[in-house]
Design a protein around this ligand. Structure first.
Ligand SMILES: *Cc1c(COP(=O)(O)O)cnc(C)c1O
Length: 399
């Protein structure tokens, strides 16, 4: 924490190598299909675009219009639902969790429920068995939001492959990145066909977006290293924090007109090459996270979000639930701007964003979860010494 420019990123993103940029015939679709053990993977311009294309496709397969999402998730998700003319319904979470409260979920379902979106947040695996049971009962589709969980496993099976549709993000900070990208898969061939048709109908080619994002990906290669991050991530972060702009600080300032366009071949080839390093990167990350989770557990009152027995998640960061909002805020006051890899996930429950239409909705558990959580990066660039300093701060603020 005492280093001048050295700064770990908030999540464990996979760094690029210069060799990833060399021309190659490697296909991202094929690489991901092998990685996910699927026949076919469709690439979109973001995780949000993947969810949008998925829902627009499902919309055509019936006449239902509502989509149920957990009240604590990425604000882009309801924007994707609205963008395809569907109705987002937010459902409160379990106490001390981001996953659906099953009683509330069942109560929210009805004959208009097109889809339920269980979300594997921060690489942690949602309670798919019970959610899929409820979906089946109401004849709703299950769209798994695995934006933050590419490679995580629910009871041995890869998340995203169990529901009707699985969506992944290849955005910056989500592990494997092509600087704006997403992937979508479907279990049944009928749904797969609908995904392809929808893509060809609504996804345009936009050269300016592709160029911007290619430059972004080159920038990612250049700056995604401890010294570069202090510059391109740290300086704007601290500026936002100083001005009290928390939503901007974490990038929750989501736009309804998010870009939707074809992803170019070069960016996909770069992603395909980097993907080959992802399994080893995940293994090393898991080892580090399990050891750090055990260390955090020793601090009385600190709760680290974990997987149920049999589930093996990925570890982009450790999602930490503090005993009170006061202790969480006290910890952040010391750590957030201190180049420590500590920060926050989404600032609010979905009911509390001004730009979303949920101000009437009550989601007390999700609000409480938002108020008491912080994140600790699982980047390999947070060394043991700095991690122990974080533990000391947490211990002190709980006191
Ligand atoms: C990031 C994220 C998304 C959206 O993915 P983008 O690639 O950023 O559009 C959707 N859901 C969750 C849970 C996310 O974390």
């Amino acid at each position: 924490m005492a280093h001048l420019f050295h700064e770990p990123p908030p999540t464990a993103g996979l760094p690029l190598s210069m060799l990833d940029f060399l021309p190659s015939k490697t296909s991202l679709e094929e690489g991901l299909a092998v990685f996910l053990q699927q026949e076919c993977v469709q690439i979109e311009s973001s995780g949000t675009a993947a969810i949008m294309v998925a829902l627009a496709a499902l919309k055509c397969l019936g006449n239902r219009r509502s989509v149920i999402i957990p009240a604590y998730t990425c604000p882009f998700v309801p924007l994707a639902i609205l963008r395809c003319g569907l109705k987002p319904i937010i459902c409160d979470t379990k106490k001390n969790h981001f996953d659906f409260c099953l009683t509330s979920l069942e109560a929210a379902c009805n004959k208009d429920t097109l889809a339920i979106i269980p979300t594997h947040l921060g690489g942690r695996v949602a309670d798919l068995a019970n959610i899929m049971k409820i979906a089946q009962q109401f004849g709703a589709y299950v769209v798994e939001d695995a934006a933050q969980a590419l490679g995580a496993r629910w009871q041995g099976q890869l998340v995203g492959t169990l529901g009707d549709v699985g969506c992944y993000s290849l955005g910056v900070g989500k592990g494997l990145t092509i600087y704006g990208g997403g992937a979508v898969i479907a279990r049944k061939s009928e749904v797969r066909k609908a995904l392809q048709t929808t893509h060809s109908e609504i996804v345009p080619f936009k050269l300016t977006w592709e160029i911007q994002r290619l430059l972004g990906l080159i920038g990612y290669y250049v700056f995604y290293r401890p010294l570069g991050l202090g510059l391109v991530f740290g300086i704007p972060l601290r500026k936002n924090l100083q001005q009290g702009k928390l939503i901007e600080a974490v990038g929750d300032d989501c736009l309804a007109d998010f870009p939707v366009h074809h992803v170019g071949r070069w960016r996909k080839a770069i992603g395909a090459k980097a993907l080959k390093r992802l399994p080893d990167f995940h293994d090393a990350g898991r080892k580090q996270a399990l050891s750090r989770k055990a260390q955090l557990r020793k601090i009385l009152g600190v709760n680290v979000m974990d997987d149920t027995e049999g589930d093996i998640g990925t570890w982009p960061y450790l999602l930490v639930l503090m005993p009170t909002q006061q202790s969480r805020d006290a910890a952040l006051a010391q750590l957030w701007s201190a180049k420590s890899g500590v920060g926050r996930l989404f600032i609010h429950a979905l009911s509390d964003y001004d730009y979303l239409p949920f101000s009437e909705v009550k989601a007390p558990n999700a609000q409480d979860f938002a108020a008491r959580t912080l994140t600790i990066t699982n980047s390999p660039w947070l060394d043991e010494e700095d991690f122990l300093k974080i533990c000391e701060v947490l211990e002190r603020v709980i006191g």
